[in-house]
Design a protein around this ligand. Sequence first.
Ligand code: FES
Length: 287
Amino acid sequence: MSKFSCWVTPLNCRTIEPLYANQSIEYEDFPCAIDVIGPLLYTLFQERWQDTQIGHVVEGSVLELELTQPPKICILYDGYLTVATEAWHLHLCIEEHLGGPLCKTPPELRQQRAIHRAAFYRRLNENGQARSWGIQFWNGIGEKMMNLFLPNPFLGEDEDLLPERKPRLDKLSLYEELREIYVLGIRPIPFNCNPLKRPYISVCRSSRCYPSRNWKPIYEALQQAVDEAGIDVTVMSAGCLEVCKLGAVVFYSGDRTWYTRVTPDVARQIVNEHLVNGLKVNKHLYP
Ligand code: FES
């Protein structure tokens, strides 16, 4: 694993693409390495969720979603970032998706799915004046993935257009701050490690792999053991961990390990032997 750096090396890549009616869109690319994209997305979804809208824009179709409260989940699992609210959730492939414990995803699909290009954008009117601001992602075959809309100084509450000469320019501060960090590299990333790479241990709640669905004692045993060991690992539950048999299934993100047939006793053993001492509990490893 490469060492985390707080400084982004600028790509110095600015392009302008023409749109209809003499409008255009300006892109400023930035590196899409996981240690760059991860802190950026964590900031937007966990810390600045009030200022972030998720979108998908292609000709003939626009989707815009708001967060009305902090997300319930913001987690990286097998290359995919999952952000879940009470009402909707999204998955975005931000690093190689291997395909679960059996690494089922073919290499060409892994290449296709992950973000391969990322850029801050400004949509410009026919006079070259910026009218909207955001971040766009592309996958490995150049298709547009979702984009993020950043605060727009021309819009008030409920998306109403403010009078032409009365924009709220203070709303551009998030765009400007993030651009200085991720495009220009003149401010440091405000983390000393990738926040999406903080380790977690998760137990599957689904009945497909564990018909009794009695996962709570396992969750509690994991939590108690983690607390007693005093280690910085988050304990979670998940909908599916791609094993789907031999439950209960537990996944440790720190070194991408799956366990099956986990009982509360085994859960404690996993924490004390693997998470604390680095020795995997071989009898319960999967595969
Ligand atoms: S349903 Fe439990 S791992 Fe898939």
